[in-house]
Write a protein that binds this ligand. Sequence first.
Ligand code: NAP
Ligand code: ZN
Ligand code: ZN
Length: 347
Amino acid sequence: MIPTKAYAAPAASRPLGPFEFDRREVGPKDILIEIAFCGVCHTDIHQVRDEWGGGSFPMVPGHEIVGRVARVGAQVKGFKEGDLAGVGCMVDSCRTCANCARDLEQFCEKGAAYTYNGTEMDRRTPTQGGYSSRIVVDEAFALHVPASLDLAAAAPLLCAGITTYSPLRHFHTKSGDRVGVVGLGGLGHMAVKLAAAMGADVTMLSTSAAKEADARRLGAAGFGLTSQDATFKRLAGHFDLILDTISAPHDYNKYLGMVRLDGAMVLLGVPPEPTPVAATSLIFGRRTLTGSLIGGIKETQEMLDFCAEHKVVSDIELIPFQSINEAYGRMLKGDVRYRFVLDLKTL
Ligand code: NAP
Ligand code: ZN
Ligand code: ZN
């Protein structure tokens, strides 16, 4: 077993604190990554607070993991010692079902093995995430992080990056498409950067007037304040695609009104409570309301390579482990610009 230092929540809604546990030995197809940085996703907060139920504690969150390979198993082909490597939201899947065969492991029919607050595919061994010194993972679920990217700022690509890249690709976003991004946090700021890099005409839709200048710097051509009804009137029927990253309950119907004929709104945020949708919000304008879950491993690598080509990384605030509970508090107030990243040197 490989001793590992970490920060964990001992029980639901309790503050995180130091914790030690063992990683498994490096198997023939595994790599051991010494973690350098781990991003802080709002999903970590939902799960630590057990807002979606079924949480398993003590919980070591973290699924935006980057570091260097320190050991490789005998049969590993794609990585060698010293390589940069990343791990996102999944560490395994069945690899044989129809969805896995289509490189959509996130939709594995047997249920993927999530990086933390889940189990390995044996359904017994709990998984623990990247707020930790090291991780052992099958090379099939590890990503190559391009060396040209700033490593700390690349960490959030492993979740916030792929979660916004995947629906942009699925809806064939191209030059001139009108894309609305709702909520300027970790996912939202990546959505703006990636959509702009694809040539889209991006509008940021935010509750925070103070974020307008940042939204424009990140690549948004337009800005709408969602606390004002005038915004929804001005942009009625405007967008080909809306990516909704809001983490709290809100009225989807209002946002659907801004989608044009045959356009789509994709839910990425996961509010803990359901919200009613009126049939008329979809019928008028033949609109699509859908959701999207991270992205498959192949697409995650494609996204990382796209980011290297277009020089896209996250805007981060690097924090020590000792500040994690305070960082959660700030994220809950929408006060993050635009992703906290934990520096493993401080563990
Ligand atoms: P975040 O950094 O905290 O950003 C969320 C943003 O939503 C805030 O900055 C704020 O933006 C807006 N917001 C928050 N509360 C709001 C409210 N009550 N009303 C209106 N707007 C509000 O969170 P994140 O890490 O980007 O994650 C966002 C959501 O995506 C979370 O629910 C997370 O679990 C989910 N997620 C889903 C996937 C997936 O695969 N689908 C992957 C990762 C994360 P403004 O200040 O601009 O209004
Ligand atoms: Zn995440
Ligand atoms: Zn599968």
